[in-house]
Write a protein of this length. Sequence first.
Length: 206
Amino acid sequence: MDKRVERGLRSRRVILDRAMDIASVEGLESLSVRRLAADLAISKSGVFAQFGSKEELQLATVRAAVEVFVGKVKPALRAPAGIRRVWALCHAWLRYVREPAFAGGCFFIGAAAEFDARPGRVRDAIAAARRDWQKLYTSTIAEAVALGEILSEVEPAQLAFELDAIGRAGAEDALLYDDDTVYERMREVIRARLRSVATDTAPAFG
């Protein structure tokens, strides 16, 4: 790889790492070329050259946060297909919010609240990331139903919505109240919900 390209990629990664931390605490609107240049002790022109506009900076930050999230939850897919993989995804989410990759906790909870009523490319990017996560939940649950480990009458999309809602609400409360016990409550509620839909032949999990 050309050395200049390599340096450019390293610089972009450093900028985005800082941008994700800032946005997780203060919101995506708080991002600016001036702020990042000052925080990282680099030139404003260097930051601007990487992104070109505030919106492009925000979009790049969302994409970088998606990569971080995927890296945190992807190992769950190594669990055996079925209810154990569903539980592994739930557990991966719990670990992601309990051991946050960002200073302000879950990047997407804050970003969704900030942009949910603001149409545009940034909102679309955040919504796409959320949909991808829910689709993964849904397809994993559907697989468990097909394998006979979750009751056939369970609607995968509905159960995915419930598990996601429990996870998001719990993560918000744990951060707001600075109360780690909420994570254990989340874990127990999710486990109880999965047990309520597990078939008699489903393997043990959790």
